[in-house]
Design a protein around this ligand. Sequence first.
Ligand code: ZN
Length: 357
Amino acid sequence: MVNKNFQTQVPPLTPLPLAHYSQYLLSQYGRFLGLWNRHADCYGGLLHIKYAEGKLCAFELQLPRSPYISNPLRPKIVFSIELDEFDKISIQCCINPLQKHTCTLSYGKKALTPRSPASYYLTRQCEISIENSNHHDSVDDLEVWLSEQSDYRGELSSSTRTQMIYKYMVLRQTALKTHYSRLFLPKTCCYRVPIQPGLFKGTYSSHGLELILLNYEEDVNKVKAVKISGDPNIPAGQVTFRADLPFCMHLTERQQASFENIESIQPASSDVEWYELPTPQPFVVPYDCVERYQPVPNYCKARFHGFGQIAQEGFREPSFVEGHWIVFSEDLFGFLWTSLHALSMYHRVQEEFTNAT
Ligand SMILES: [Zn+2]
């Protein structure tokens, strides 16, 4: 296991010409560039480290306010790595830009759980205690944070508000010391697929928006969506839904009119490939759907039987329940939770960093 504390890095003895600063930084820290999974209890999250203007900056990519899935992610700087005026490496926690302070980074390779393969990790730790962190220092911060999460603030039920406050406290606590593990985005799929793999922002009812990673497996016969950010029911790292491409279907408007109609359709493998079915096909939100995102297209490109994962709080009694995966376009799909009478909608993350991998 490699474990280097970069805070103790010996600085260059002679001042470097300005043009060499970036070269030196990248030679030392270039391996940090790219995407990382944040470990924050069930909530997870996404960190992007990039090089800009002579320094490396790490941004946590927060989701847009619920329910605006097509809005961009909101980067929030967490730390920076640069050379100070004495050509010494300086790693600064920038969580509160008015109270920057030193933090340390550990980097190495290890198995994060006994059964998982070894992967690269990064740990950032502030060199201060929680009492002196000043990351956030007033109740107003909680109100600001709450208002940044959702557009439904005035309508939040007390249980949802309690859940949000708990999340705020967990994130505040983990901000002092945060573990990250390497995330690689799937490459463009060269087989014929209904939609290319990648990162998507999805609606998860009272939990707000969450990030998921869509990918194919088993010779692209199956699609799987794993949570990058999660909630107390289904945590980050767990499967949110999967679907089977041979179980494609083409439904009439009448067949989709209610959940009773939808539940009467038995999942079965199709005689023809999904791309041989007529397209576009009509799409209707069942009249008794209680959770939905507006607007939803009237047509879809393809539709498949699948299973979505549900669980009690604390990921207790997890189980897979029937659902439909509905692809509307290259950037938009939905998952209809039959037993929950809910429709989650997902929009592709289109930020520039998704093209780099
Ligand atoms: Zn800090």
